[in-house]
Design a protein around this ligand. Structure first.
Ligand code: GTP
Ligand code: MG
Length: 335
């Protein structure tokens, strides 16, 4: 593979600030939509409590991590002690209960990697996935939400990147491209690496929040209100950041040797993690360390075909931002 030299940013990049911010703002869910999600959660919790008293439902994923665009599905975690050995049975019973109420499209997917019940609320048209005891996801949702509160540029960048990925068909883990969760981690890592840094490394600071879940110790600094001014010495605007993000993944990242790590705030070597060869289905062609399950590479879904698709899309985005007369349309053109 021949690498192109990293480009100098085009001089009129700032003209993209206003349209990019407008796209970001158009994607933010309304207060009304957030209220409807809350209401649905409350009524689902009531239903669940009839069968399993005193249990709780937690929202995780994009509706709780502040990276959710309008009309996202809700990811819900049903916390139920002692359920780990009979999840299929419980999910089937849960599906039965939901079906007997006013909910549609109820489906129990008990064989999935993360078994879930899917449903749709016909009044609001909101779809939900309910899983059982996926508590690490609830904790990583909090980590992402806390990062988003430090500097608004993270939320802006991640919305644009997610919107790009969905438009270009590269946000489909079924087809070997990356999850939204992986893209948000790429954005956090990228902003940790700017000089001066725009985001700190919360897991490298004093512990103010800690829990142990599924034998994983999760600890980080969560008093993020104290970090509101963290990135102020860096005045890069959203257009510069979007341009640099795609340039980094197109021409700057060392795919052969590097692992990005939000946990350490830097780059680790594939060798140090023993991620240099294929083990089972994990090929490690693009390496993104999970901040808590550190043996977990979120790039594991990427195969030798989809890595090519992904890298060509990063290069396309970098080229569009550099040369296209109308980059804000072209960038998100359906594939
Ligand atoms: P959209 O639904 O696309 O808006 O984004 P999302 O943020 O809901 O992302 P996604 O559907 O990819 O994942 C939902 C949540 O599940 C994430 O926010 C994470 O908390 C969690 N999650 C997803 N993939 C993994 C994974 O591989 N490992 C772990 N531990 N958690 C994951
Ligand atoms: Mg989701």
């Amino acid at each position: 593979r021949i690498y192109k030299r990293q480009l100098e940013c085009r001089a009129d990049i700032f003209r993209l600030d206003a349209p990019l911010i407008a796209i970001y703002e158009s994607l933010i869910p309304t207060a009304e939509e957030k209220a409807k999600q809350k209401q649905l959660l409350t009524s689902l919790e009531k239903l669940v409590n009839r069968e399993w008293p005193n249990t709780k439902l937690y929202i995780y994923g994009s509706c709780a991590n502040s990276f959710g665009v309008s009309k996202s599905d809700i990811d819900i975690c049903f916390a139920l002690e002692g359920a780990d050995n009979n999840k299929p049975e419980i999910l089937l019973r849960l599906a039965e209960i939901l079906e007997s109420e006013n909910l549609t499209n109820v489906q129990a997917l008990v064989r999935a990697r993360v078994p879930i019940v899917k449903l749709k609320d016909p009044d609001t048209e909101i779809s939900c996935d309910i899983c059982i005891n996926n508590v690490l996801a609830v904790v990583n949702t909090k980590l992402l939400r806390d990062y988003a509160r430090i500097d608004v540029r993270l939320r802006q960048l991640a919305f644009i990147v997610k919107h790009w990925a969905k438009s270009r068909g590269v946000n489909e883990t079924y087809h070997g491209t990356l999850s939204s969760y992986a893209y948000v981690l790429m954005c956090i890592h990228f902003l940790q690496q700017r000089r001066p840094a725009i985001l700190p490394c919360l897991q490298g600071m004093k512990t103010t929040y800690s829990v142990t879940m599924e034998n994983v110790h999760c600890a980080f600094f969560d008093r993020v209100d104290e970090l509101r001014n963290f990135g102020r010495r860096n005045n890069e605007s959203i257009s510069q950041l979007v341009w640099s993000f795609f340039n980094y993944w197109a021409y700057g990242h060392d795919y052969a040797n590097s692992v990005i790590s939000v946990r350490t705030g830097g780059i680790l070597s594939k060798r140090a993690k023993d991620w240099t060869r294929r083990v089972g289905n994990d090929r490690h062609l693009i390496c993104i360390e999970d901040p808590f399950e550190t043996s977990h590479d979120l790039g594991r879904v990427v195969d030798k075909y989809s890595i090519k698709v992904l890298r060509e899309e990063f290069e396309r985005a970098a080229e569009v931002l550099q040369h296209d007369p109308n980059p804000c349309v072209k960038l998100f053109e359906p594939y």
